[in-house]
Design a protein around this ligand. Structure first.
Ligand code: MSP
Length: 481
């Protein structure tokens, strides 16, 4: 029986079309999904759309569209992005799907309710529609939400509450013991710090008159379920929890939830507490990535600096975008997306680095009838390949995409040096045996490079492997820009 591996992105709010930050998250999760598949695991990779909440309703009102039309349009753009970026997701869940998603939400609600973990109360406080989150006064900066720079709504209403505080000590313990892994370490510290300040129970519904668009509480249609409470359930509803639970039994718990830093709290406090209350296993790991800025600033429609991933892919190709977003920055830090830097990386790493090596080696290999099975001759190259594989494996195990790529490019430069040192074009004239050996070493190395690149740049890797197989240089992989 194969190892199972369940990986998810967060589900995207479809009040708007996707931007490059969403693309980053899809690509990160995709590389891990492809990597574990390549290792032989039985991978299930989920992404999807978060289709409820106030933000979506307000956008629809502003644009004069019906909510349904708005979410249909934007969700199809997120789906199109998965195709354009060559994302290998096995499924795409929509939270407005009452057949697939709602039964799992109702099941969780019922269990929590029957245990006395849901109670009716009065919520007097703040709500930021941008975050879709209840805020405390202490969260505000100059009276505004620090992320959305807007004054929050002031609410006073009857809601259902979840006894979040009851489960926090256990959640804390599981985080401390890494039973619920949080990567990177600094995010683990951040959340433990937050727990220390005290965590209160949380409102999990809104009166229907204040929130019309969402999942109604099953036994009290006067209330709509809080968007985060039900959105988190997507990770199990997509597996059939609350319906046909075959996939749920096979794949749950998630091995990795891949999410951004702004939603750390929901994934490492609320979600684990809900699962504990429902007596379900917790995800093994929550990986928290950083944020993309654009031209040094937060991406925002009003600034006009939102990077449209479709445009970048059209200009440079999906493989190049996949490479750039993972190579340029540390996965857990913020990074500034710059078209200028992308072009520089393209020319330096892809055109001159990888592309040039492939082209040089295959041009030479073409000239001889190469026995590709002759394997590695040079001990130093053999050692370098071994070291590269170790570094790559360690980096991906720690979810450090840039370090995995760095390891591969180190091997590329070792190969370049090997070419320079041995000058195979001269050997070809005066030492056929040595020429064959050098080219054989390079072909073996190239094959290894292609295999390591597969999760990151699947099409490029296939092209390299095909050229090696045919012993023929065909197209230039990355023409200089
Ligand atoms: N719908 C919620 C998630 C619910 S999961 C049960 C949500 N949606 S979102 O569309 O706002 O964000 C989706 C993901 O994109 C989040 O992980 C978020 O951190 C990430 N990003 C949003 N903006 C980003 C950047 N500028 N840069 C990188 N990632 C960004 O939150």
């Amino acid at each position: 029986m194969k190892n199972k591996f369940y990986i998810t992105t967060s589900i995207f709010y479809v009040n708007s079309v996707p931007h490059i930050g969403h693309a980053l998250e899809m690509v990160q999760a995709d590389v891990l999904a492809r990597y574990y598949r390549q290792l032989g695991d039985d991978v299930f990779f989920l992404t999807g759309a978060d289709e409820h909440g106030i933000k979506i309703v307000r956008t629809a009102e502003k644009t004069g569209k019906s909510v349904q039309a708005l979410i249909d349009e934007n969700t199809s753009e997120f789906k199109r992005l998965t195709e354009v970026l060559n994302i290998s997701n096995d499924d795409f869940i929509r939270t407005s799907d009452s057949k697939r998603h709602w039964p799992s939400v109702y099941k969780i609600w019922d269990i929590l309710n029957s245990k006395g973990d849901i109670y009716k109360g009065k919520y007097e406080g703040l709500y930021c529609a941008g975050c879709e989150a209840y805020l405390n006064q202490s969260d505000l900066v100059d009276g505004k939400c620090p992320i959305h720079k807007k004054e929050p709504d002031v609410l006073e209403e009857e809601n259902y509450f979840f006894k979040l505080s009851k489960y926090i000590p256990r959640v804390k313990e599981m985080i401390e013991k890494n039973e619920l892994g949080i990567v990177p370490e600094k995010r683990k510290k951040e959340i433990l710090g937050l727990i220390k300040q005290g965590v209160e129970d949380v409102s999990i519904s809104r009166p229907k008159e204040n929130l019309t668009w969402g999942i109604p509480v099953e036994k009290d249609a006067s209330q709509t379920i809080y968007v985060w409470f039900e959105a988190l359930c997507n990770y199990i509803s997509a597996l059939g929890y609350g319906g046909n639970e075959k996939n749920f039994e096979r794949y749950w718990p998630a091995d990795i939830h891949c999410v951004g830093k702004d939603i750390l709290r929901f994934h490492t406090l609320l979600w684990p507490a809900m699962l504990l209350a429902a007596e379900l296993p917790l995800p093994k790991k929550v990986f928290i990535h950083g944020y993309f800025t654009s031209e040094g600033q937060k991406m925002s429609k009003s600034i006009g600096n939102v990077v449209n991933p479709f445009d970048v892919v059209e200009k440079y190709g999906a493989e190049v975008v996949r490479y750039y977003v993972l190579r340029e920055f540390s996965s857990t830090e913020d990074g500034d997306f710059s078209a200028e830097r992308l072009k520089e990386r393209y020319n330096a790493d892809l055109a001159n680095g990888l592309g040039n090596l492939v082209s040089r080696v295959l041009t030479l290999a073409e000239k001889i009838k190469m026995n590709q099975e002759s394997g590695i001759i040079n001990h130093k190259i053999e050692e370098e390949i071994k070291l590269t594989k170790e570094n790559y494996k360690k980096a991906l195990g720690e979810i450090k995409f840039n370090e995995a790529l760095e390891a591969v490019w180190k091997l590329i430069s070792v190969c370049d040096e090997y070419v320079e040192k041995n000058k195979p074009w001269e050997l070809q004239k005066n030492d056929e045996k040595k020429f064959n050996e050098v080219i054989s070493d390079l072909l073996v190395s190239l094959k290894e490079i292609a295999i390591l690149l597969k999760p990151f740049m699947p099409r490029t890797a296939e092209k390299i492997l095909e050229q090696i197989k045919q012993n023929k240089k065909t197209e230039a992989l990355f023409p200089r820009l």
